[in-house]
Write a protein that binds this ligand. Structure first.
Ligand code: PLP
Length: 381
C-alpha cells in the first residue's frame, strides 16, 4: 500500500460494536476480564498499560515508519525520556547530535547526568566525529535530522553503519520530516522518535510523542518503560492525532512548497543576511538532503541584517506569522530559539553549534503563500 492509503487506513478498523468508521475515544480506566484463566483475552487490562485508541495510533505510526511496533507517550519529551530509561544505565555513555531540540539537551544535561550517565554532544553531520566519540560504554546514539533549529543534517546511513557492528542502538528524531519524507529505519536506524505534537497532529491541538521500533525486542523494552513509568498518551490526544495523520502527506507537501517559496523570497531580499532551507541550492548539505529524504520539509531559518535587534523588531511586529513555540501545524509560526525553544542551552554551546542570537525560525503553514510572503515583505520593509 502507498503512503496516502496507509496514513488513512493503517491501524484503524471500524468499531466492532457500532461500526463507527472513526476509532472512538476509549475513555476508560479498566477492562472486564473473561476469567482468571483468560486474563487479557481481549488484550486490554488497564489504560496505563494499553488503550484501544492509543493502540490504533501506535499501529498506524509503526506502519508509516516501516517499523515492527510503536509506543505512544504523553509528550515528545516523554518519548525521549522513555528512550533514555530503556537504554541508559548509570555508567553508560550516550552520543547526541550537537544541534538538537533544547528540551533533549536539558533532559540529558540537567537530569540524566545527575544519575551517572555521560553525554557527548557530537557533530553528527561528520561520521568521523561520531566514530571518534564512540566509547566502550556507549549505549545509545540519538541523532536529530534536520536538527532543530539550525537544520544541520546527519548522514543516517553512515551513522547507522558505525552503530550496527558495535551493537549500539541508533535512534533518530524524525519530527521535522515525518515518515512521508524520511524513513530512518530504511536507512539502518533502530528506533525513530517523534514529537507527534508537530506534523502528525498538525493543528496545534495536542501534545504527544511516539517511538517506532525496528524490532519487537526494542519495542518490548520501551513498552515496559511506558507502563512502568506511566507515560502513555491519553486517548483524547490519540484520537485527535489519528485524525491529523490522515492528511499528513497533503499538509506537509503544501507546507513544504510554501516553505520553498518563502525561502526563495527571503534569499533575494536585500535586508536578509542569510537564509537556511534544505531545498535551496545554497544549503550546505544539499546533496545529503536529496540522498536520504524525498522532501525538504517546512522549517527554515533566516537572519535579518542588523542581527538580534532587527530580528526581534521583525518578530514583534510581523502580521499573520504567530510568535509562538511549536512547529508543523497549519498555522505559520515564527520563533526565536535563543529565548524560546533553546533558552536552556548554555550560551557558549549555542554559539559553538551555530544557534546564533539573530536566528529567526519559521514553521511554514498552509496559508496562501502570497499572504505569508506579503507579511514578511511588510515586516522587512
Ligand atoms: C525535534 C523535536 N523533538 C522533540 C520535541 C519535544 O516534543 P514535545 O514538545 O511534544 O514534548 C520537540 C519539541 O519542540 C522537537 O522540536
Amino acid at each position: 500500500m502507498g503512503f496516502n492509503t496507509k496514513q488513512i487506513h493503517s491501524g484503524v478498523t471500524p468499531d466492532p460494536v457500532t461500526g463507527s468508521i472513526v476509532t472512538p475515544i476509549y475513555q476508560t480506566t479498566t477492562y472486564v476480564q473473561d476469567s482468571v484463566d483468560e486474563y487479557l483475552a481481549k488484550g486490554y487490562s488497564y489504560s496505563r498499560s494499553h488503550n484501544p485508541t492509543v493502540r490504533a495510533l501506535e499501529l498506524k505510526l509503526a506502519d508509516l515508519e516501516g517499523g515492527a511496533d510503536c509506543t505512544c507517550y504523553g509528550t515528545g519529551m516523554a518519548a525521549i525520556n522513555a528512550l533514555f530509561l530503556a537504554y541508559l544505565n548509570a555508567g553508560d555513555h550516550c552520543i547526541i547530535s550537537d544541534v538538537a531540540y533544547g528540551g533533549t539537551y536539558r533532559l540529558a544535561t540537567k537530569i540524566y547526568s545527575r544519575f551517572g550517565v555521560d553525554f557527548s554532544f557530537v557533530d553528527t553531520a561528520d561520521p568521523a566525529a561520531v566514530e571518534a566519540a564512540v566509547r566502550d560504554n556507549t549505549a545509545l546514539i540519538l541523532t536529530e535530522t534536520p536538527a532543530n533549529p539550525t537544520l544541520k543534517l546527519t548522514d543516517l546511513r553512515a551513522v547507522s553503519d558505525i552503530a550496527r557492528p558495535r551493537r549500539i542502538p541508533h535512534a533518530v528524531d524524525n519530527t521535522f520530516l515525518t515518515p512521508y519524507y524520511q524513513r530512518p529505519l530504511e536507512l539502518g536506524a533502530d528506533l525513530v522518535v517523534h514529537s507527534t505534537t508537530k506534523y502528525f497532529d498538525g493543528h496545534n491541538a495536542t501534545i504527544g510523542g511516539a517511538i517506532v521500533a525496528a524490532t519487537a525486542e526494542h519495542d518490548e523494552k520501551l513498552r515496559f518503560v511506558q507502563n512502568a513509568t506511566g507515560t502513555i498518551m491519553s486517548p483524547q490526544v490519540a484520537f485527535l492525532t489519528l485524525q491529523g495523520c490522515k492528511t499528513l502527506s497533503v499538509r506537509i507537501e503544501r507546507q513544504s512548497a510554501n516553505a520553498l517559496a518563502v525561502a526563495e523570497f527571503l534569499e533575494a531580499h536585500p535586508k536578509v543576511e542569510q537564509v537556511c532551507y534544505p531545498g535551496l541550492e545554497s544549503f550546505p548539505q544539499a546533496e545529503l538532503a536529496r540522498s536520504q529524504a524525498t522532501g525538504f520539509g517546512a522549517m527554515l531559518w533566516f537572519e535579518v541584517k542588523g542581527g538580534l535587534a532587527a530580528g526581534k523588531a521583525l518578530m514583534d511586529n510581523i502580521e499573520l506569522w504567530t510568535l509562538a513555540e511549536n512547529l508543523g501545524s497549519v498555522e505559520s509560526l515564527i520563533t526565536h530559539p535563543v529565548t524560546m525553544t533553546h533558552a536552556d542551552v548554555e550560551e557558549a554551546e549555542r554559539q559553538r553549534v551555530g544557534i546564533i542570537d539573530g536566528l529567526v525560525r519559521l514553521s511554514v503553514g498552509l496559508e496562501d503563500v502570497e499572504d505569508l510572503v506579503g507579511a514578511l515583505r511588510r515586516a522587512l520593509d
